[in-house]
Design a protein around this ligand. Structure first.
Ligand code: GLA
Length: 386
């Protein structure tokens, strides 16, 4: 072989090896979406904790913003029918409003017990426990210093298919009156099909009760000074749980058929919300738990906003969902898009076990024993209908 041919061969081999390496590097980069998670300073709490904000971006440009105070989702964008991405979750304009109480639980992780426990007490294994009474006679959302007020450790995960945050918080035995040291892990993943996936895990060292959820308020119009009464909602539930004056389930499991609580066929939220109905009066609107049909991870609800074309589908493996129509929003805080967070400008679909389960033996159990692992998964998936 001539010298030039040998040189050419060497050059070809070199190019090939270099080219292959480059390809390998590229696929590694694709498998490491760390570039899709940005960290920035968010604010400082009155206790001096400096709070960080994590911004996750998927391949379509959809963004999820989460802070390590309360595991709070401060922003989540979704496309409208023209492809315009806008924020669809309510929130405060000032960081300190999240840190100093967050009266509406905007965007927060809720624990240890999402929803109400009657008279702020329950009995477990023959022992009675008094928990924080922060909602009239009852305990709501884990007590005044529930998980929504805690500093969560956040780790952006490497080598995951989609950008994922791992949040952990260890709640001491006796915190807010609850038994058992509870180690909680929550994963937030933003997938390329525009879904926010939330997975919850927990373990305890003593018998405990657990009911974790997420308290984001959605307004698919992208304008937080508008009400959600024009949003169309469908819930796959034939029954719901009527409540007493303090919003504790009476224990009855009532058919929705023929009542304002029937969302088996999609209808505007505003259609029946002001009907002359005892349960709507007690809730000041919808603030009830629907008993979801089926079991396992399944589609349980759909919200559609006709004007923007935005659709949000909710999937969960939980037995219930609290549909709350923002009846306690009272215009005291500025909305992120201007105006105020007024009555019914946001809706919550809080996937969960039933309220007051520790006191209601006929409800699915919320007990967690040492050695068991609590698991729960919920997906909020966004799309458009033209
Ligand atoms: C839950 C409750 C409501 C209300 C909100 C927070 O969804 O069911 O009654 O307390 O939280 O304002």
């Amino acid at each position: 072989m001539k010298k030039t041919s040998i040189n050419l061969l060497i050059l070809f081999a070199f190019l090939c090896i270099f080219g292959c390496n480059k390809k390998e590097n590229q696929s590694k980069t694709q498998a490491q979406p760390m570039e899709n998670i940005q960290v920035s300073d968010y604010g400082v709490t009155s206790k001096g904790d400096s709070i960080k904000k994590y911004t996750l971006t998927n391949k379509n440009g959809m963004k999820l913003e989460v802070i390590n105070f309360g595991g709070i989702i401060t922003s989540l964008t979704a496309p409208d029918k023209k492809g315009k991405y806008e924020d669809v979750v309510l929130g405060f304009t000032k960081p300190e409003d999240y840190f100093n109480g967050n009266p509406y639980y905007f965007g927060a992780l809720i624990g240890r017990y999402g929803n109400r426990i009657a008279n702020a007490k329950f009995t477990l294994d023959g022992k009675s426990y008094d928990i924080d009474k922060n909602d009239g006679p009852n305990s709501l959302h884990g007590g005044k210093e529930g998980f929504h007020t805690k500093f969560w450790n956040i780790e952006p995960l490497k080598d995951t298919k989609f950008p994922t945050l791992k949040l952990t918080y260890t709640s001491a035995d006796g915190e807010e009156g609850y038994p058992g040291k509870l180690t909680t892990t929550v994963f937030y993943t933003l997938t390329d099909d525009n879904a926010l996936e939330i997975s919850y895990e927990a373990e305890t060292d003593k018998p405990a009760v657990v009911n974790l959820t997420q308290h984001s308020y959605f307004n698919l119009s992208g304008n937080f000074s508008k009400t959600i009464l024009d949003h169309e909602l469908q819930i796959n539930a034939d029954k719901f749980l009527p409540v007493n004056e303090t919003l504790i389930p009476t224990g009855e499991q009532k058919a929705v058929k023929g009542s304002p609580f029937d969302f088996t066929v999609s209808k505007p939220i505003g259609k029946d919300i002001n009907a002359d109905d005892d349960q709507l009066k007690k809730g000041k609107g919808y603030d009830h738990n629907w008993i979801l049909n089926g079991s396992g991870l399944r589609s349980i609800a759909k919200v559609y906003h006709p004007e923007s074309g935005r659709v949000m589908e909710v999937l969960t493996d939980e037995p219930g969902v609290q549909f709350y129509s923002g009846n306690f929003l009272d215009g005291k805080f500025d909305a992120k898009t201007g105006g105020k967070n007024e009555l019914r400008t946001g809706l919550c679909l809080e996937t969960q076990h039933f309220p007051d389960s520790p006191n209601q033996p006929n409800f699915p159990s919320t007990e967690l024993k040492p050695g068991q692992k609590y698991h729960s998964k919920t997906i909020y998936k966004f799309s458009v209908k033209k």
